[in-house]
Ligand binder design. Structure first.
Ligand code: HEM
Length: 380
């Protein structure tokens, strides 16, 4: 059988000369000589040509995981402060936009791997031993941990799939150390200025809306009973929907069912207020931050879905090399259980039409105009 021209270590070294010849500042700075030596195939069978693409795709994705973790760690650091100044909010927003750009790119790039056929993959699939699989990606688990996906939420725990060495690395990388971004964001939202006044005003406006509907229904009860019935129903719908956020006990009961993903009451109300008054200068960047957190959750679901579909076309119904049910397992992770900011999605259930929003009172305006500029250097 013909020997693959790029399989041997020697050839790998030759390829690395392409990194920069003579070794100049460019390749030295980027450590290209080391980097381009890392794509080492395990088989020299020419039929296993696509192993190179397989390695590059994994390494490339691990580098993007690294960048995402780097950005998210800096956001964690900002949120750890008891007050987050305007400039830090702007920085958080920019970094979240970047994370989402990377995630979009990561979803898109599965197309490249899908140029490898199922047969092409079979040509080298046998080389994976000891449960080798993306399942053991420490960085992916770290990313999940940082954004707040809790171990108890998972339908399959990953720790048991990790070798002792990996568990050690995970510990070194600080898994479990810092509070996750989701909890930190919720704490930040609970500190939204003028929040108590907003809750009182919002309650009044919704109450008034319900009263109006009931009154209108009462007035036409005899002349138009079916329309009256509709209006009573509408009023009841509004009442039961908002009861959850106007009765803390009811809120507590309904969110208890959501286990680790529940959003604290004041955080939900803070997010609601920011969404209502996104056009106010004080709330425009916070609004963008919330929007980008929702985007991030959604993009991760899209990544999981794209990965699951790619796996399905390449391995069909076979087990994964990591020992899971393969596609069945991956598909099960495309769900709310693997999302962190589910609470932020809930805000949409409680938004009123813009025409019905309570205006900001003078006291509220005063409070939200108090800008905390802070000391950027000490925030970062
Ligand atoms: C031929 C291409 C691929 C196939 C057939 C495939 C298949 C699978 C399967 C079946 C699993 C479930 C665990 C198992 O039993 O192995 C898995 C997990 C995983 N794979 Fe892939 N994969 C491929 C490429 C990639 C690439 C390029 C990456 C990028 C790093 C990746 C990252 C992951 C991650 C992070 C998990 C863990 C997902 C989780 O537990 O939620 N995979 N893969």
């Amino acid at each position: 059988m013909e020997k693959c021209p790029f399989a041997s270590t020697k050839n790998n070294e030759q390829e690395c000369e392409l990194a920069g010849s003579p070794v100049g500042n460019y390749s030295e700075y980027l450590k290209l000589n080391s980097l381009l030596q890392l794509q080492v195939r395990r088989t020299d069978d020419p039929l296993a040509h696509d192993e190179h693409l397989f390695i590059v795709m994994h390494q490339n994705t691990e580098l993007w995981f690294k960048q995402i973790i780097y950005e998210l760690r800096s956001i964690q650091q900002i949120l750890h402060k008891s007050k987050v100044c305007e400039k830090s909010q702007q920085i958080m927003f920019q970094r979240l936009v970047r994370v989402n750009c990377i995630l979009r790119h990561m979803v898109q790039q599965f197309e490249i791997l899908e140029t490898m056929s199922s047969m092409d993959f079979q040509a080298f699939r046998g080389i994976f031993k000891d449960g080798q699989s993306g399942f053991q990606s420490t960085q992916f688990r770290l990313l999940e941990k940082i954004i707040g996906i809790k171990e108890e939420q998972r339908c399959c725990t990953f720790l048991e799939k990790m070798s002792d060495k990996q568990k050690e690395v995970a510990k070194e990388k600080g898994m479990g150390d810092n509070e996750d971004i989701c909890s930190l964001i919720y704490e930040w939202l609970s500190r939204t200025p003028a929040l108590d006044q907003f809750i009182a005003c919002y309650k009044e406006v919704v109450g008034e809306e319900i009263r109006k509907l009931n009154l209108a229904a009462e007035e036409i009860k005899l002349t138009d009973p079916s329309e009256s019935e509709n209006l009573f129903e509408e009023a009841e719908c509004l009442r039961s929907n908002f009861a959850i956020i106007f009765d803390p006990q009811e809120f507590e009961n309904s969110s208890r069912r959501k286990q680790g993903r529940r959003i604290p009451y004041m955080a939900l109300m803070g997010a609601l207020m920011i969404n209502c008054y996104a056009a106010e200068p004080r709330f425009s960047v916070p609004y963008e931050i919330l929007k980008n957190l929702i985007d991030m959750d959604e993009l991760l679901v899209k990544w999981r879905f794209a990965h699951a579909m790619m796996a399905k076309r390449i391995i069909g119904g076979r087990q994964g090399t990591g020992g899971s049910g393969g596609y069945i397992y991956l598909r099960s992770t495309v769900s709310e259980r693997y999302m962190s900011f589910v609470g932020l999605f809930e805000v949409a259930s409680f938004l009123l039409p813009p025409q019905k929003l309570p205006g900001l009172t003078a006291a509220m305006k005063m409070e939200i105009s108090r800008v905390y500029t802070g000391d950027l250097a000490s925030e970062l």
